[in-house]
Design a protein around this ligand. Structure first.
Ligand SMILES: *Cc1c(COP(=O)(O)O)cnc(C)c1O
Length: 369
């Protein structure tokens, strides 16, 4: 039997009844954009994450974009972010006419290197975006130290439920940006996102900006966009929210099983295996190993019907669209090395023990050959 990287059908089956009921209610209401479902979801999400305000938006990308707009980021501004992340972290900065400043990552957790942040701070630095990559919290204390007075916007897209020092990510920085892309820890039936903040004024600005910057009927103190969350997504997310803690525990249990099996097969000497670091909860949205001869291993697994993926094959400072920023190979060596070595393995909560054994067996077979 093939083992997919992600199998959302296994998550859906036990929820089918509740989901059909919730979707039926939205259909009966014919209320599709923002409205009571979204308001309820925002309350429940804020309660879950223990933040004061949660503002539903149309995607994780829009969450980052609208958060940067709320900070007034624009031309001439610099925003520091890790080179090793999903494109949207930098794309949103560039779309506002600001300059993404790419810095290197820590070799152990793949997250932004706080020392590199410190080194790239200038008088033009207007924000820092640490990304809780693969579901593991950044060392936020170190980032805040480097940031000083500069606002920190957390990219929490992959890290719903991760914590730093016992407090959920998204509640530490000036804002947190979440994604409900179906593969994230909490996924919708399509695109969706959320911005969290403990600042009431910023929350009010976000609510205006997601509706074209409208403060009252057809009155626009500033330019916003259409960044609204749909009622259908809110209804889906409300059904899923009570289960997400259990799913995260399932991901953690699977990660432990991998580490166990790798150790038993002597593979921890060959592979780089992710660690749950102290103070920093890992939710294992992705279980990412470092693998010698990565591309060959990847093909070996694909040939055996085992799903795997490379996040990310080209660091952002080397992307063609940013070539005018003047970066070259060697500028972020840790990110560059990661892009050659990383491989994400199936870790979704419903993955079974025999499936994990099969994945590890296939990896062992590759390195024994
Ligand atoms: C998924 C993701 C985003 C964007 O989210 P979308 O909902 O797909 O727009 C942003 N940043 C990171 C790190 C992500 O993984």
């Amino acid at each position: 039997m093939p083992i997919p990287l992600l199998d959302l059908k296994r998550q859906y089956e036990p929820l089918r009844h509740d989901m059909e009921k919730a979707l039926g209610e939205v259909a009966a209401s014919q209320y599709f954009i923002l409205g009571p479902q979204v308001e309820q979801f925002e309350k429940e999400a804020a309660g879950w994450l223990k933040v004061d305000h949660a503002v539903g938006v149309a995607s994780g990308t829009d969450a980052l974009l609208v958060a940067l707009m709320a900070l007034g980021i624009g031309p001439g501004d610099e925003v520091i972010l890790p080179s090793f992340t999903f494109f949207a972290t930098a794309g949103t900065v560039a779309r506002l006419g600001a300059t993404p400043v790419f810095v290197d990552i820590d070799p152990v957790d793949f997250n932004i290197d706080p020392e590199a942040v410190r080194a790239r701070m200038t008088e033009k630095t207007r924000a820092i975006i640490p990304v809780h990559l693969f579901g593991q919290s950044v060392d936020l204390a170190a980032v805040f130290q480097a940031a000083g007075e500069v606002p920190v916007l957390e990219d929490c897209a992959q890290a719903w439920g991760a914590d730093f020092d016992g407090k959920y990510v998204g509640g530490h920085g000036i804002m947190g940006a979440f994604s409900f892309f179906p593969s994230k820890n909490l996924g919708g039936f399509g695109d969706g996102g959320l911005v969290t903040t403990n600042d009431a004024e910023i929350a009010a600005a976000l609510r205006e900006l997601r509706v074209h910057g409208q403060s009252g009927p057809y009155l626009h103190p500033r330019v916003g966009g259409n960044f609204r969350l749909d009622a259908i997504q809110a209804a889906v997310l409300r059904v899923k929210l009570p289960h997400v803690q259990g799913w995260i525990q399932g991901r953690r249990a699977n990660a432990m099983r991998y580490v166990d099996h790798f150790t038993r097969k002597g593979l921890e000497a060959v592979l780089g295996v992710p660690l749950a670091l102290s103070r920093r909860g890992h939710t294992f949205n992705q279980f990412v190993i470092r693998a010698p001869r990565r591309d060959e291993l990847r093909q070996h697994l694909i040939d055996r019907g085992i799903g795997c993926a490379v996040y990310y094959p080209l660091p952002l400072h080397l992307q063609p669209c940013f070539s005018d920023l003047g970066y070259s190979e060697g500028d972020c060596p840790v990110a560059e090395q990661a892009s050659r070595e990383v491989l994400a393995l199936p870790v979704f909560p419903e993955l079974t023990e025999p499936e994990i054994e099969e994945v590890v067996g296939a990896i062992a077979e590759f390195y024994e050959a």
